[in-house]
Design a protein around this ligand. Structure first.
Ligand code: AMP
Ligand code: MG
Length: 417
């Protein structure tokens, strides 16, 4: 048996980043940028008004009230193109460029146009040609200078970034409609077992529903890769070999089940005859011990045990870092956090243990963690209800109620939005 860390290192050593492709920005959310973004535009492109009001010369309003002649209007998307002289003002709206000769905005709430009274948002039809400025506004106030956000040629985002909705907004503003990203890694999934049927299909008394492939496919999609479900292979040589052949164009084949040494666990023996070279097999962890990794005619193969909790935790520890590597990213580290255990727990054996648990509250900001009483690796109810996995090191000593333990959170209230 090898350790979780050793196994992960070996897997990552074998993987290379997938190629890149150019896609429309509108489809780029969650994708991994493969080329730096450079601004193709200055934003704002000119000095702009940040408010509705009047564009004035600051030197005209050093003493208030000051009455100025309104010589025109500028709204967003248009401009007032004549020079503004001393004693003059231009009615202006948010997002309009500052007319030449002006340097300051007075917000409309701080002005009065004598015949119509104070401005409100409903601009009166009948406008007086003069505006009285009632409040001081310092030079440059409410002006967004050209290039406040970025200038043409400025570096935007760097290759290797997973694009969030905010990033999409920035790239759009930089006037970059197409982006070069990593092609989505293609992960083929093959379930194995005579007992399995897909959800909704006719199911016999000795059969169970294949839940794993859907769970792992969802995880794969969430991690920025594409899941290709090859279906369920029977526990026969023929079926397994034929269906595994469907992984030819994939970046990785993940098999679910059949990873042990039982008479019906065929993945290693059957695929071994067909060109699978095993790199390692068996990890000192629970659940998930029979995990295997190898190469099948150039396609990396990750063989996971069939129990849903085992394959989920194996995916968490090995498949997610593998997807990161295929996306050209450094492997993300599972955040390890400190908590207090809510009850006594026994000592551990030689395998690293990942226990399903709930966060019950906190003590001075440190979460208090309760293990589910049943930790059977077939059980999906506690897996779904779990907030975290409590990590127990090999040979960990017994821990009394209230002692410190380490856990990996499974819930992230705010992913990278
Ligand atoms: P195996 O690794 O093939 O020995 O399977 C271990 C256990 O996991 C058995 O009880 C299987 O029935 C179960 N199992 C295997 N594959 C799946 C699957 N896709 N969905 C749910 N359970 C599975
Ligand atoms: Mg099986």
């Amino acid at each position: 048996m090898i350790s979780v860390d050793e196994a992960r290192t070996k897997i990552l050593e074998r993987l290379r980043a997938v190629s890149t492709e150019i896609i429309p920005l509108a489809e780029a959310h969650g994708r991994v940028l493969a080329e730096d973004i450079i601004a193709r535009r200055t934003q704002p492109p000119a000095d702009m008004s940040a408010m509705d009001g009047y564009a004035v010369k600051a030197s005209d309003i050093t003493s208030i009230p000051a009455t100025l002649k309104v010589i025109g209007e500028a709204a967003a998307g248009s401009s007032f193109d004549a020079d503004v002289g001393s004693g003059e003002a231009v009615r202006i709206f948010t997002g309009a460029p500052l007319p030449a000769g002006t340097d300051t905005i007075v917000i409309q709430e701080d002005t009065e146009r004598p015949e119509t009274g104070r401005h409100n948002n409903n601009e009166p039809q009948n406008r007086n040609n003069f505006v009285t400025i009632l409040e001081q506004s310092a030079k440059g106030h409410y002006v967004r200078p050209a290039g406040l956000d970025f200038r043409e040629g400025d570096p935007g985002l760097s290759a290797g970034r997973t694009l969030s909705p905010r990033d999409i907004g920035l790239i759009a503003a930089m006037n970059v409609p197409w982006v070069t990203v990593r092609r989505k890694p293609r992960i083929a999934l093959l379930s194995t077992g005579d007992e399995l049927v897909r959800p909704g299909e006719p199911v016999g008394p000795n059969q169970i529903i294949s839940s794993n492939s859907l769970l792992i496919a969802a995880l794969i999609e969430q991690m920025g890769a594409e899941a290709i479900d090859l279906g369920i292979a029977k526990d026969t040589e023929n079926s397994l070999r034929q269906m595994a052949a469907g992984a030819k164009s994939a970046d990785m084949l993940v098999t679910l089940g059949g990873a042990s040494v039982g008479d019906h666990d065929l993945v290693q023996s059957v695929l071994g005859k067909g060109g699978l070279a095993i790199d390692f097999w068996r990890i000192a962890m629970r659940p998930g011990k029979p995990l295997m990794f190898g190469d099948m005619d150039g396609t990396p193969l990750l063989g996971m045990p069939g129990n849903p909790v085992s394959s989920m935790i194996c995916s968490f520890l090995f498949l997610i870092p593998a997807i990161d590597a295929l996306n050209g990213l450094p492997p993300r580290r599972s955040p390890l956090r400190k908590g207090y255990i809510s009850h006594d727990i026994g000592k551990n054996d030689q395998r690293e243990d990942y226990l399903r648990a709930k966060i019950m509250g906190d003590e001075d900001g440190i979460p208090v963690i309760e293990l589910f009483p049943k930790q059977d690796s077939s059980m999906l109810s506690p897996l779904s209800a779990a907030d975290c996995l409590v990590l127990r090191a090999p040979f960990a000593e017994p821990a009394a109620k209230g002692s410190e333990i380490l856990f990996i959170p499974l819930t992230a209230p705010y992913p990278n939005v």
